[in-house]
Design a protein around this ligand. Structure first.
Ligand code: PLP
Length: 497
């Protein structure tokens, strides 16, 4: 056996981790969901360690996997008010839950006689995972424009588009970009009548909206399995289930529908394959951690954490609403919100939300920049800044408020970043054809986004993101997407020798 120095190996990893954005402490207001309860993180770590060698591929061989999955699904079904006909799967994350919901609906639509290319209808604010699903599973993506000001969708605009080629309608509870609770009851009722599947994407809301109240204390409109036309719901354990990454649930109404999610084959000379999810061999770690957290917190524990998120979210919405030049978009439901420029005040008082986020970043707070978007109807969604609020936010409110106010003061009156200088520096004819890898890398270099391949820190994005986001908005989607692919691909390329 080779000798190795685990201390040195782990010391290197520790040093690498030190350069990461902080996963705990509430200074990163997206990506990470800190319960603030150290004992929960420890319990999750211990659970992962116990199942580390297990292969989640086969719950008949590793029976602990079946027991944990059944118990997590039972808890989720109760939370989302599903009856005995609601069954499900623990997946590796929101994206996988969404992919499987789409694949299931497409295959159910086909077995009911659907021919040609199936269509997926959803508001434009639906999570990008559904764009990915439409791409992977070859569905036509029919995105419904939303209100420019509020991010809300008119249910009639969705219902108008229903037809025999529609395999699935997706609504969100709530949407990621604006925290809008889509009109689930109206849309699901129309789907029910037309015999079309209706998925509620509760990836971010599923584990917290069951405990959520409106600011005036009133309950939310129904959005879960109590709504008859809802055929499936996704809810991420690794968000407000506070589990480590790699866990989500997909619940489906009706055993027969859900069986279309599976892939099985006995048509090869190896072991019979039966997979409910995309992966074959898989870790049971995130499932075990989720299971342990569900046991530990129970509904009361989740409710307590949700209440803290609720108080902090209301306070933050009030603070931001009170900052001259900014506005909270629409009527957010759940512990997240989007912030846009307030165009009702004169220009010299307006605050650009991306410059604002860049200033907050210098103060140690990571807010998430969201680009603007041209909709199919010619309207334009403004660029915004996203904040996800977690249970640790409440304790930091004073500190965060000071940073948000000071950052707004820094940039008030400053116009949004103008990409024309950078655009002007780009080679002519850039958008005319597909970019090869070296050309794409050259462009990244020219706009200051490519690191030196010998210097891993070159993978860092610039400190000021506003110009970069403006560029993303200004270039055609195909070009930006290709450049982003190049950026991410080069980050993991081994250095040339
Ligand atoms: C996070 C999220 C997803 C995708 O989930 P991942 O866990 O990042 O794969 C889908 N929908 C919504 C609304 C989300 O917030």
């Amino acid at each position: 056996m080779v000798g190795f120095d685990s201390t040195a190996i782990l010391a290197r990893l520790t040093a690498l981790r030190a350069a990461d954005a902080p996963t705990h402490g509430g200074h990163v207001l997206s990506y990470v969901y800190d319960s603030g309860v150290a004992a929960i993180d420890q319990l999750a770590a211990d659970a992962i360690r116990l199942v580390q060698p297990v292969n989640g591929l086969d719950p008949t061989t590793f029976t602990s996997v079946a027991v944990m999955e059944r118990e997590v699904l039972g808890f989720a079904r109760e939370l989302l008010n599903g009856g005995d006909d609601v069954v499900g799967t623990v997946t590796t994350g929101g994206t996988e839950s969404c992919l499987l919901a789409v694949k299931t609906a497409r295959d159910v639509w086909r077995s009911a006689g659907g021919e040609g290319r199936a269509r997926l209808v959803a508001p434009v604010s639906v999570h990008a995972a559904f764009q990915k699903a439409a791409h992977y599973f070859d569905l036509a993506l029919d995105l419904v424009p939303i209100d420019q000001e509020t991010g809300a969708v008119d249910p009639a605009a969705i219902i108008d588009r229903l037809g025999p080629d529609v395999a699935l309608v997706v609504v969100s509870a709530p949407s990621y970009p604006y925290a809008t609770l889509d009109p689930v009851t109206a849309v699901a009722a129309a789907c029910d009548e037309a015999g079309i599947a209706c998925h509620v994407d509760a990836c971010i809301g599923g584990w917290i909206l069951p405990f959520w109240r409106r600011p005036d204390g009133s309950p939310l409109p129904l959005w879960d399995f109590r709504v008859a036309g809802v055929t499936s719901i996704s809810a991420d354990l690794h968000k407000f289930g506070y589990a480590p990454k790699g866990a989500s649930v997909l619940l489906q109404r009706g055993r027969d529908r859900q069986r279309a999610q599976y892939f099985a084959t006995t048509g090869w000379p190896g072991y019979p394959v039966v997979n409910p999810t995309m992966l074959g061999s898989k870790s049971a770690g995130a499932l075990a951690a989720s299971w342990a957290i569900v046991q530990a917190l129970g509904a009361r524990g989740f409710a307590e954490l949700a209440e803290s998120c609720g108080r902090a979210t209301r306070a933050l919405a009030d603070i931001i609403g009170d900052i001259d030049g900014l506005r909270v978009v629409g009527d957010p439901v759940g512990p997240l919100l989007a912030v846009a420029v307030d165009e009702s005040v004169p220009e010299h008082r307006r605050v650009d939300p991306h410059h604002w986020a860049d200033r907050a970043r210098r103060r140690g707070w990571l807010l998430q920049l969201q680009p603007g978007l041209a909709q199919a109807d010619g309207t334009h969604l403004p660029h915004t800044t996203h904040l996800t609020i977690t249970p640790v936010t409440e304790e930091l409110l004073d500190e965060l408020e000071a940073a948000l106010r000071a950052s707004a003061d820094d940039v008030r009156g400053e116009p949004a970043a103008d990409p024309s200088a950078v655009l002007g520096a780009l080679p002519a004819g850039l958008v005319d054809g597909p970019l090869d890898s070296d050309t794409a890398a050259g462009i990244l270099q020219a706009i200051g986004l490519a690191g030196d391949s010998d210097d891993p820190s070159g993978a860092r994005l610039p400190d000021d993101m506003a110009p970069f986001l403006a560029l993303i908005e200004a270039l055609p989607h195909e070009v930006t997407e290709r450049l982003l692919v190049e950026l991410l691909a080069r980050i993991v390329e081994p250095p040339s020798r």
